[in-house]
Design a protein around this ligand. Structure first.
Ligand code: ADP
Ligand code: MG
Length: 330
């Protein structure tokens, strides 16, 4: 059984960056305002995520890392969102099958926190009382220690660290009411360091730099006709002065960081046709639509989504992007 669990876990957590994504999403779900990540050896040796969220109650610790255990489904209606998010209550459990996981947490009003380590879904020992500041700290050590081939294939750790920095940059520009940091273990300098701000543009400037931010144009679109599609979209796209080697598309749907290759391709096509010189844009888009219209259809780590009425939505966004580009080009 443990081999089966390990293989399944290796599918949910494919690389260090997938673990970081799950941990940071948990911190966001816990209403944190500060999330700090430390990484050693590209995440293979250590991933540590510290947050100042609401913490984990003592009585939840024994089952925290059991598969399909989640504190996020309280009502029957939430079953719909299980479907849309997929793979509920699977992330932490998975990590314990392919790494050593230690949780330190304190909930509001408690005098001390608790620390507990997990292996293969269960606690290694009873929670130990310890000093703790507000929130939760999760340490994932020796990721894939029991998957030799995987560990070998990931040994180019600078590549994974780059992916982790990229991931946190994306979170940082969407969640502007949360401060994020990311650094390599043993260094003082943070490679992502965002502060809480009230302006998305300020946040993009601080994370991606002025070359991106000074060339951004705001876009907005919506549809409130239930018979075609229901959605609201807003974002930023770069103008003809921004020239880059590759396209960057940061997409949030209902506040979840996802990929939608159809939408990405559709926007690329518009750029190539309208601004051939600037055909590798930077794009940030946030879409809000009814949860039951989102289908996470491929894999928990890839988060490739498809949308109900996808064609209609993509066409609307395409035409907004196109007219924005044409106006700026005159
Ligand atoms: P899910 O997020 O789908 O519920 P996870 O395996 O990611 O499943 O997490 C399991 C549970 O652990 C969560 O439902 C939550 O109750 C708790 N949890 C994990 N990380 C944190 C955190 N940083 N702060 C508070 N609670 C957390
Ligand atoms: Mg989670």
């Amino acid at each position: 059984e443990s081999v089966v669990n390990r293989i399944a876990a290796g599918e949910v957590i494919q690389r260090p960056v997938s673990a970081v994504k799950e941990l940071v999403e948990n911190s966001l779900d816990a209403l944190s305002t500060s999330i700090n990540v430390v990484v050693k050896d590209g995440g293979l040796k250590l991933i540590q995520v510290c947050d100042d969220g609401h913490g984990i109650r003592y009585e939840d610790l024994p089952i925290l890392c059991e598969r399909h255990t989640t504190s996020k489904l309280s009502k029957y209606e939430d079953l719909q969102s299980i479907h849309s998010m997929g793979f509920r209550g699977e992330a932490l459990a998975s990590m314990t099958y392919v790494a050593h996981v230690t949780v330190t947490t304190i909930t509001q009003g408690q005098l001390h926190g608790y620390r507990v380590s997990y292996r293969d879904g269960v606690m290694e020992h009873a929670p130990k009382a310890c000093a703790a500041v507000k929130g939760t700290q999760i340490m994932v050590e020796n990721l894939f220690f029991n998957m030799i081939a995987r560990r070998k294939s990931l040994q180019n750790s600078s590549d994974d660290y780059t992916k982790i920095v990229d991931l946190l940059s994306r979170f940082a520009i969407h969640h502007i009411n949360v401060s994020f940091s990311c650094r390599k273990h043993g260094t003082a300098r943070a490679d992502v360091h965002s502060v809480i701000t009230s302006s998305r543009l300020d946040s993009i400037r601080s994370v991606y730099g002025v070359t991106v931010s000074s060339n951004l144009m705001k876009i907005e679109a919506s549809d409130n006709d239930p018979s075609s599609s229901l959605f609201e979209m807003d974002g930023f796209i770069t103008n003809s002065n921004y020239v880059a080697k590759k396209i960057t598309m940061v997409l949030f749907i209902n506040d979840r960081l996802v990929e939608c290759s159809a939408l990405k391709r559709a926007i690329e096509i518009i750029y190539a046709a309208t601004l051939p010189r600037a055909s590798k844009p930077f794009i940030y888009i946030s879409i809000v639509l009814p949860t039951e219209h989102v289908d996470v259809n491929v894999h928990p780590t890839k988060r490739e989504v498809s949308l109900l009425n996808q064609e209609v939505i993509i066409e609307k966004i395409q035409s907004v992007v196109e007219s924005r580009l044409r106006n700026s080009n005159q």
